[in-house]
Design a protein around this ligand. Structure first.
Ligand code: BG6
Length: 469
């Protein structure tokens, strides 16, 4: 049997996409509270009622019911994030918000009650809005200090409950989505590569500092980086295309390389040199970067192609990064190209490159679900398409394990329906659990088990054997 006995099966969410309660118990506003259309629409001055995230799926009040359902599926791990603005509502105050801290105490206790390990993302696309507006987010070096204060508080508070930590969700996306990912208030068009790479440097230092502090304060803790992985294939075998792909892949590898190796790679130094970018480092930064991660985590949804031919440089639909569409692949309803083998490829690629344990912390299919009524009057969704997607991807995880890759676990994205990050819709559903809420705000918020719920439960119970049925 390929999956190791201690394989961490589970599911993943992020605070801003499910909790709601956007200003309850002292929470401050975050960047998510002013982006009712995700990355596809303008931000607003203040939270507006059309913003689905303000209520989310009301996880803040219903987490006990939801954790119970996850436990019923047999989850060994549950990935969620802490909303920074619940702990430090503005981000730059001296004292944390006790009620915010209490919420996560209760949430983690609930997970542990069922023997489920919390896997916690420290910053998942929700910078406190005050830090974004006042300091311009991560372009400002002061963010390192605010982040350090925040991590010291949460490590001290949850150190005995949480073993697995991720420093920044999809850290590489800041180059593409500076406001969503880095809380950078200045419009993307006005930001130079210098600004963006300086922001990246600040996040690197903050991430390494958090890793150092975590290891000092919680000797048992395991800290990972989190990368948006998207294998890039050459559109043709032309050496020009192959080199173009190598260069675009380097731009992504930069993030894992610094986190795992602890220094800036030569290919980036060349890029900076040739593009007039000078990263401002302070004495001690290079030393801090040497505090490298214990494992590498990543999201995987799709692959793309790249080409050196400008005429073929068509930007396909896709997640926060996108790329040239692959003529061999089909796509989801949202245009994300489906490539299960890409997951085996990326697992082998990272393993060959880093020799660090890998954790797939996001993977899944966003689709429109149609609830149906069973004979007994209860509701469900016959989501065979989701089962098919997940099964094909998990079989590739198994292949990678056979290849010798050290895979710690797999947390399927949006294990319960939640609000999409890119488009802020609820109709783009990923869950094993259906949530009765619609994009016009109607719905009872009741939860129903989809067909995939029972399937995933069997997958976990058989440690993957079910995948071969
Ligand atoms: C990742 C994010 O980019 O993809 C998640 O870490 C996000 O927050 C997920 O929800 C799926 O993307 P979307 O846009 O379909 O929600």
């Amino acid at each position: 049997m390929a999956f190791p006995k201690n394989f961490l099966w589970g599911g993943a969410v992020a605070a801003n996409q499910c909790e709601g309660a956007y200003q309850e118990d002292g929470k401050g506003w975050s960047t998510q509270d002013v982006t009712p259309r995700g990355i596809v629409g303008p931000r607003t001055e203040e939270p507006t009622p059309d913003n689905m995230k303000l209520v989310g799926i009301d996880f803040y009040h219903r987490y006990q019911e939801d954790i119970k359902l996850f436990a019923e599926m047999g989850f060994k791990v549950f990935r969620t994030s802490i909303a920074w603005s619940r702990i430090f509502p503005k981000g730059d105050e001296e004292e944390p918000n006790e009620k915010g801290l209490k919420f996560y105490d209760d949430l983690f206790d609930e997970c542990l009650r069922y023997g489920m390990e919390p896997l916690v993302t420290i910053s998942h696309y929700e910078t406190p809005l005050h830090l974004s507006k006042t300091y311009d987010g991560w372009v400002n070096r002061k963010m390192i200090g605010f982040y350090e204060k925040y991590v010291r508080v949460i490590f001290a508070r949850y150190g005995s409950k949480v073993k697995y930590w991720l420093t920044f969700n999809e850290i590489n996306s800041v180059l593409h989505q500076p406001f969503l990912s880095g809380g950078i208030f200045t419009e993307k068009e006005k930001l130079s590569p210098q600004d963006l790479y300086q922001a990246v440097h600040h996040e690197f230092v903050a991430s390494a500092l958090a890793t150092k502090i975590a290891h000092e304060m919680m000797p048992e803790a395991k800290v990972g980086c989190m990368i948006l992985s998207m294998p890039t294939y050459p559109l043709s075998p032309s050496p020009d295309d192959v080199i173009k792909v190598m260069e675009s892949v380097h731009k992504n590898d930069f993030f894992g390389d610094v986190h795992v190796r602890g220094y800036y790679p030569g290919y980036m130094k060349r890029y900076f040199r040739e593009n007039g970018i000078r990263i401002r480092m302070e004495p001690g930064d290079e030393e801090i970067l040497k505090h490298t991660v214990d494992f590498v985590s990543f999201s995987y949804y799709m692959s793309v192609c790249d080409t050196a031919d400008p005429a073929k440089q068509i930007q396909g639909q896709g997640n926060l990064m996108g790329g040239v569409p692959n003529p061999y692949l089909e796509a989801s309803e949202w245009g994300w190209q489906i490539d299960p083998q890409g997951l085996r490829y990326v697992l082998n690629y990272y393993w060959d490159r880093y020799q660090k344990p890998l954790f797939i912390v996001e993977n899944g299919l966003g689709a429109v679900d149609v609830p149906v009524e069973r004979a007994d009057g209860t509701k469900t969704v016959e989501d065979d398409y989701r089962i098919d997607y997940l099964r094909k991807h998990l079989l590739q995880v198994e292949e990678a394990i056979e290849d010798g890759v050290d895979v710690m676990g797999y947390t399927s994205w949006g294990c319960i329906d939640l609000v999409s990050a890119s488009t802020a819709e609820l109709k783009k559903r990923y869950g094993f659990i259906y949530v009765d809420r619609n994009d016009d705000g109607t719905g009872t918020l009741e939860r129903y088990k989809k067909k995939s719920f029972y399937w995933y439960k069997d997958v976990i119970a058989t440690n993957g054997e079910k995948l071969h049925e």
